[in-house]
Design a protein around this ligand. Structure first.
Ligand SMILES: [Zn+2]
Ligand SMILES: [Zn+2]
Length: 122
């Protein structure tokens, strides 16, 4: 028996981004670089499975350019997303293979490449 292949699961909580936050997300991008269609409204928390009282975080939109970060939204249990924020990208990168982490800098739990995400399996 080996533990090398064990990957903890992702949270997987889903929510729907309210219309006013779509506008807010577009407003966080550089002028003219994003439109409403670029904003992901079916948001899913891909953090490592976390305590129920912790906020979920879901990626809303990538921002153009290097080191620009991405737009994220946060929401608590049983509540809709209340805000969108720009967070820097996680600098984490797997030593072997160079797979980058898809989360934001300072995120709780393991890096995305350390987790098992059944939606991303393919
Ligand atoms: Zn979550
Ligand atoms: Zn990471």
């Amino acid at each position: 028996m080996t533990f090398d292949s064990y990957r903890p699961p992702v949270c997987g909580a889903i929510t729907f981004l309210p219309s006013h936050l779509v506008e807010a997300a577009v407003g966080l991008a550089a002028p003219g670089s994003a439109e409403r269609a670029d904003v992901e409204r079916h948001v899913r928390c891909t953090l490592q499975a976390h305590p129920a009282d912790g906020d979920h975080h879901g990626l809303v939109m990538d921002l153009e350019g290097r080191d620009t970060g991405s737009v994220w939204t946060r929401w608590g249990p049983g509540r809709p997303p209340a805000e969108v924020v720009v967070l820097p990208d996680c600098p984490g990168e797997a030593a072997a293979g160079g797979e980058a982490c898809c989360e934001f800098e300072g995120h709780p739990g393991g890096h995305s490449y350390e987790l098992a995400d059944e939606w991303a399996a393919g």
